[in-house]
Design a binder for this molecule. Structure first.
Ligand code: AMP
Length: 404
């Protein structure tokens, strides 16, 4: 076993994913997830080296802190031989705000900056902070080797004309209100993988990366750098999502509050938790369920059609930012990787920009990188998302640098 492994923690509000990875060989040794559904907390850990699976169920673990402690206790107890070789812990952090522009070794100053950015990611950053604090205390030998890898960092190359909102300028200078984007870790991974598969150096690569999952975002990448992205100050802006509304006229909010008497907190909940395809269909935020009903339920069809139309519009819009050459369009994320129907519906509207599907290739689903375009088309790729590889490598690089 390699002596230099990285533990990656990816803490969402409803689930915690963790992996132990060899960042150089890009091999995952351990992969785990803890989730609470209704009154049960379940834990699954796959050991790829021994080809074994651990499955445990607990009464609902009430506090998030206790959930993280549980993970560390199990890792310390049952996966000690791997943990002993871990040289750093990489934490995915959704929002780094204006200040945190690249991955950082965590210290009290960085913690305070992550805390400050919580205002822009209230459903994510507070959970990251809890996990970091447990990690710092539980594995003392790694106290100085916890690294924060930010989902916003890749988008710090956005030019001002992309990241500024057309509101009075002082809201940016005084309050840092601007577009930050999200999913940057995966958009960066997609950029790296595209460079390999298209045999083009990153600094010459012009692509549009479509991360379509329960949260969705799309990024225009020119010369390997993010130049525009659909998520904004928070992950609420942009594409239609599972439960989030994406782009809407802000006047809807004034109308709901002033005319309909809905409280501002309720409006926030409506737009983040009750909207998107769930809100339109009243069926589900799970695209698999909506697809099952696509031909038999009008609202299920409508919600998918609205979702796809928005993605097509963004792709065509972003094609205008490509400085005259679009090397590829990439689909990634749970939907982008798995749904041939949704890819078909999106690409169907892209003939004007030279995108044509190979129907048979599009129907394949082999969990591998694949081209799905026809011969006359610009390349269209499906690339499985992999944030962990980037988090592990960034963590490894920073830890090695600080040891030397
Ligand atoms: P993610 O957030 O990237 O994990 O993606 C989760 C989303 O992907 C959920 O809405 C799932 O319903 C969706 N998804 C996963 N597999 C499929 C599939 N085969 N067809 C359509 N949607 C899928």
């Amino acid at each position: 076993m390699t002596k230099e492994l990285i533990l990656v923690l990816n803490c969402g509000s409803s689930s915690v994913k963790f992996s132990i990875i060899d960042p150089i060989k890009e091999v995952t040794y351990i992969d785990g997830i803890v989730e609470t559904v209704n009154s049960v907390t379940s834990l699954i850990i796959k050991n790829f080296i021994k080809n074994k699976k651990l499955f445990k169920k607990f009464d609902k673990v009430e506090s998030y802190k206790k959930l993280i402690i549980l993970i560390f206790d199990i890792l310390i107890d049952q996966y000690k031989n791997y943990l002993n070789n871990v040289i750093g812990i990489g934490h995915r952090v959704v929002h780094g705000g204006e200040y945190l522009k690249k991955s950082m070794i965590i210290n009290s100053f960085i913690l305070s900056k992550i805390q400050e950015s919580s205002i822009f990611a209230p459903l994510h950053n507070p959970f990251h902070l809890l996990a970091i604090n447990v990690a710092l205390k539980k594995i003392l030998k790694l106290k100085n080797f916890n690294v924060a890898v930010f989902d916003t960092a890749f988008h710090h190359t956005l030019p001002k004309e992309s990241f500024l909102y057309a509101i009075p300028y002082h809201f940016y200078t005084d309050y840092s209100i601007r577009r930050y984007g999200a999913h940057g870790i995966n958009h960066f991974y997609i950029t790296k993988q595209s460079s390999i598969f298209l045999k083009k150096p990153i600094f010459k690569l012009n692509i549009i990366s479509c991360h379509l999952g329960s949260g969705s975002s799309i990024t225009a990448i020119v010369n390997g750098k993010s130049v525009d992205t659909s998520m904004g100050l928070t992950p609420l802006e942009g594409l239609v999502m599972g439960t989030r509304c994406g782009d809407i006229d802000p006047s809807i909010i004034f109308y709901m509050v002033k005319k309909l008497g809905i409280s501002i907190d309720k409006v926030q909940k409506i737009l983040t938790e009750n909207s998107g395809v769930l809100g339109i269909s009243s069926i589900s935020n799970d695209f698999r369920k909506l697809e099952e009903k696509y031909n038999i339920n009008k609202k299920a069809k409508l919600s998918i059609d609205i979702f796809c139309r928005r993605v097509s519009k963004y792709i065509c819009g972003y094609s205008s930012l490509m400085c005259g050459r679009l090397d590829a369009i990439i689909f990634t994320g749970g939907i982008g990787e798995n749904s041939s129907l949704i890819r078909y519906k999106i690409i169907n509207k892209l003939s004007l920009i030279g995108c044509f599907l190979d129907i048979d290739k599009n129907l394949k689903n082999n969990k591998k990188i694949m081209f799905i375009n026809s011969i006359k088309s610009i390349p269209i790729l499906v690339i499985p998302a992999n944030e962990n590889q980037i988090i592990a490598k960034e963590t490894y690089d920073l830890v090695k640098k600080s040891i030397l």
